[in-house]
Design a protein around this ligand. Structure first.
Ligand code: WTA
Length: 657
């Protein structure tokens, strides 16, 4: 098992900031979460979760809170029935909030649209009728490959409404990445757009779908939303959204589905080249998404304006743009574009324009804002902000303090939320108004959640000690498996601490002297680049699929802005030609990775080397390559099959070869 470079970084941070920030009396008094929540959950965990499930509308009440008899496959709220979309939309209209704005949508070019709950209900109903007209029903898989436009949210909710499973694929992924995901879960339908706005310009999107669908015979239809008015090629599977959906009735009666009815699949990188289709179901997922959103962000539906800056292509967009917030009758901002279009003040302009009060983003973006300078947010009125959130990677205390001072006016509590695609919803986070926050630490498991730091033997470490993060109790929004691969599910998460029955998260962690948890980065071969999980193997496979590359090894090296940056070491093929290591050839390799996986997986740096460091059993020692990538003295080489390899690599790099 390799040690993540995040560990050293986080420990440095630990030494530089020791202040804590208690909630103000004023905030504490009005907070949704009160200290008793911890006691209540501890007294009777299942009763606690049953109470949280009452936040939702159930057509049929459950008979059993948790069935863990078939562990690690959980069943929550057994026998209960509900419709997830009804819970996110219709019930708010029925309770008299049809005129409340659900979504303040802000397009990148400056167009905008306010969508009330009444309108959302009509749009989702029309889309649901459209799905039915195409023969899409319960448990069919629908791929959604779209930018951040309202139709993406309508499409997700329409799937939920008819019991179909969506598989949202990030719009920045390549045609090949889309194809493999469509194929893995045999999607019948793809919903996409003609193009998307990116950094001020329209970029085509549909050509990637055409390419993917040509190699994915399961796809029967493609619905295309017109967003950029770009000319597109047309096939007989294609149908325009505005022709199909707009002509449908805006009345639709939702059907109640079992609490364990599948809701969605979301692919995430694992330690092998093949992404894992993480499966989530309905009742437990929505319960925890709703409960955490209410308590961690302190949402007041009548007065708050919430904004989560994630993309729906990631789990944060699923749980904290769509399901959690809408189930809580949020008024939220959804922004289509990049943070520096038309200028670096775009986010603060949006905060000011809509009076955003809760803002949830990723450390990589906070560090980018830092780089752009505090004078940019200082030009805007950010006084509406009262809660700030962070997710995706450890936040270094320096960025935390900058966020608090320059965005939160020195007073808004910051919630550093740890969770994963697999956990479905937030697991570890301070509760604002209850917990004194601590820069850099996600602190403690939420009420109802069991998390621990353990050593190699699965024994909890003492305060001050470090090890692995595990989850020692099943939780409502836990994944229900990996699509089509039961064995991989057991192996990946449940075999490491099988004796104890712990879920292995793949993250290193430590307790500080107060017993607060600090996340220290991945302990497996998964990189975290700008909060996105990318496996080293996936990038390596992309590189070796290029004709000039014989062998490749990829590491995540620490990066001041993106957390980790991808650094690749490649051995070229004998016949690759003398120019194969030149700047043009390196650029071609980087572009090749972008084409195979997507631009987010482009290596920051590619180094051509004569050999790779391997153990006697042939395993690449990434630890040593990471030393090179991070410009450190190379560590212990005694387990290498050939200990001179590192000298060869270093010598070659120094001479610029
Ligand atoms: C990392 C994103 C430290 C972690 C919701 C985890 C974090 C992986 C934090 C999941 C945090 C997420 N502090 N690390 N607050 N939040 N991570 O599936 O390594 O895209 O295992 O889910 O991101 O990434 P995923």
């Amino acid at each position: 098992m390799t040690q993540s470079p995040g560990q050293g970084q986080a420990l440095d941070n630990l030494l530089t900031e020791s202040r804590t920030f208690p909630p103000s009396d004023e905030f504490a008094a009005q907070a949704n979460a009160q200290p008793e929540l911890y006691e209540e959950a501890k007294a009777d965990r299942e009763a606690f979760w049953a109470k949280q499930a009452e936040r939702l509308h159930w057509d049929t009440k459950w008979t059993q809170v948790l069935d863990w008899s078939d562990a690690p496959f959980a069943k929550w709220f057994v026998g209960g029935k509900l419709n997830v979309a009804y819970n996110c939309v219709d019930r708010h209209v029925e309770s008299g909030h049809g005129d409340q704005v659900a979504i303040h949508w802000e397009g990148e070019p400056g167009d905008s649209r306010a969508i009330t709950y009444g309108e959302l209900q009509r749009e989702v109903s029309k889309a649901a009728n459209a799905l039915t007209s195409l023969g899409i029903g319960a448990e069919d898989r629908v791929a959604i490959y779209m930018p951040m436009i309202p139709e993406a949210i309508f499409a997700m909710l329409a799937c939920a409404r008819v019991g179909a499973m969506h598989s949202v694929v990030f719009g920045g992924f390549s045609a090949e990445a889309l194809r493999t995901r469509i194929e893995d879960s045999s999607c019948k339908l793809v919903i996409t757009t003609d193009g998307q706005y990116r950094r001020g310009n329209p970029a085509p999107l549909k050509p990637a779908v055409d390419e993917a669908v040509a190699g994915a015979p399961s796809v029967e239809k493609v619905i295309v939303v017109k967003r950029t008015d770009t000319e597109v090629a047309w096939t007989d599977k294609d149908v325009w959204w505005h022709e199909l959906v707009d002509s449908q009735s805006d009345q639709h009666t939702p059907e109640a589905f079992d609490a364990e009815h599948p809701l969605f699949i979301l692919y995430t990188s694992g330690t092998t080249g093949k992404p894992k289709g993480i499966l989530h179901t309905s009742g437990g997922y929505l319960t925890q998404a709703s409960y955490t959103h209410h308590n961690v962000f302190d949402l007041k539906p009548d007065t708050d304006v919430y904004w989560c800056t994630a993309d729906i292509g990631w789990v944060t967009g699923h749980s904290y743009i769509v399901y959690g917030p809408l189930s809580n009758r949020v008024t939220q901002v959804v922004y289509e574009g990049t943070p520096n279009t038309p200028n670096e003040g775009r986010h603060w302009d949006i905060v000011q324009k809509y009076g955003v009060s809760i803002y949830y983003t990723a450390p990589t973006l906070i560090r980018t804002f830092m780089k752009w300078g505090a004078d940019i947010p200082a030009k805007y009125d950010l006084s509406s902000l009262r809660v700030l959130g962070s997710v995706g990677e450890p936040i270094n205390p320096e960025a935390w303090i900058w966020y608090r001072e320059n965005i939160g006016g020195g007073k808004a509590p910051i919630v550093d939320t740890w969770w994963q695609t697999e956990t479905g919803a937030i697991m570890i986070s301070p509760l604002p108004g209850v917990v004194s926050t601590k820069p850099g630490s996600a602190q403690r498991p939420l009420p109802g959640i069991g998390a621990k730091v353990v050593n190699d033997e699965g024994v909890e470490v003492p305060h001050g000690g470090g090890g692995y993060l595990v989850l020692d109790e099943p939780w409502p929004s836990m994944l229900r498996g990996i699509w089509g691969d039961e064995e991989r599910y057991r192996d990946t998460y449940w075999s490491r601490f099988a004796d104890q029955g712990f879920y292995f998260a793949g993250d290193g962690a430590k307790y500080d002297d107060d017993g607060d948890i600090w996340l220290l980065g991945r302990v497996d071969d998964v990189m975290n680049v700008s909060g996105h999980r990318i496996s080293t193997t996936e990038v390596e496979s992309a590189l070796v699929s290029h004709p000039t590359v014989a062998e490749a090894a990829v590491v995540g090296a620490s990066d001041a802005t993106t957390g980790q940056g991808i650094v690749a070491f490649v051995i070229l093929r004998g016949g690759a030609g003398s120019d194969a290591g030149g700047a043009d050839a390196i650029k071609a390799l980087r572009d090749h990775v972008a084409k195979e996986i997507g631009p987010i997986a482009k290596p920051r740096q590619i180094m051509v080397v004569p050999e790779l460091p391997k153990t006697r059993s042939g395993k690449i020692m990434r630890r040593l390559l990471r030393d090179v990538a991070e410009n450190r003295a190379v560590g212990d080489v005694t387990t290498l099959a050939d200990s001179s390899v590192m000298d060869l690599i270093s010598a070659g790099l120094q001479s610029g070869k």
